[in-house]
Design a protein. Sequence first.
Length: 106
Amino acid sequence: YVTVPSIASTNPVGIYTAPAGYNAVVLCAQASNTSDNSQDVTLAHQREVVGIAVTTYSAYKKPVSSHDIIELTTVKLTLVPGDSFILSCSVDNEVHVLLTVLETLI
């Protein structure tokens, strides 16, 4: 198991990439808003297909109420080697994300 803590910023940042030789099953991705205002959070899956980065959103500008926690994924997701999760939010340093992944050998 791998637990990845991240603090979201307004610039999209890669928070996890499935390593070579492993598939990764995303068990949960929780976003916690530490501010007094609602924030929007985006979590995207990115995969390179024929040299082009293809982005699919797991959560797109999903609102997180003040001092609340939400789940950014509703099902288990499987990432293949090289797949990444990209994180961003509406205000820097206000949303904390905890990603839990089970890495399995291919």
